[in-house]
Design a protein around this ligand. Structure first.
Ligand SMILES: [Zn+2]
Length: 110
């Protein structure tokens, strides 16, 4: 029996196969659709799916890096790296063309 049904944490595809074990003897799976590998249950909390969302919410509430680290039980370095990763995905809003048009020289009165 080499196949097992488990949901992919990256694309939520439901068909994944066993792909060996980690150095801590945890079962590793590989998604048949996106080919990414993952572990069934992560023991380190930074890898949980909800961590990025929780960090975003805490930043909105004004909690500092150390506070987030304490509340989510992950290291300060991990919090900083996750913040940078979240910030890199933020899309800049389009600037209105009205604000960028130069003033025509006929309108400038000296
Ligand atoms: Zn997948």
């Amino acid at each position: 029996m080499n196949k097992r049904r488990n949901q992919c944490i990256h694309c939520n595809y439901s068909y994944c196969i066993k792909a060996g074990t980690t150095s801590q003897n945890k079962q590793r799976y590989q998604c048949k659709k996106c080919k990414k590998k993952f572990i069934g249950n992560y023991s380190y909390r930074a890898y949980h799916k909800s961590t990025n969302h929780n960090i975003q919410q805490l930043i909105k509430e004004g909690v500092g890096i150390r506070g987030i680290s304490r509340l989510l039980d992950v290291s300060k370095t991990t919090v900083l790296k996750k913040i940078l990763k979240i910030a890199s995905k933020v899309v800049k809003p389009p600037i209105s063309s009205f604000l960028c048009t130069p003033i025509p020289s006929s309108l400038i009165v000296i």
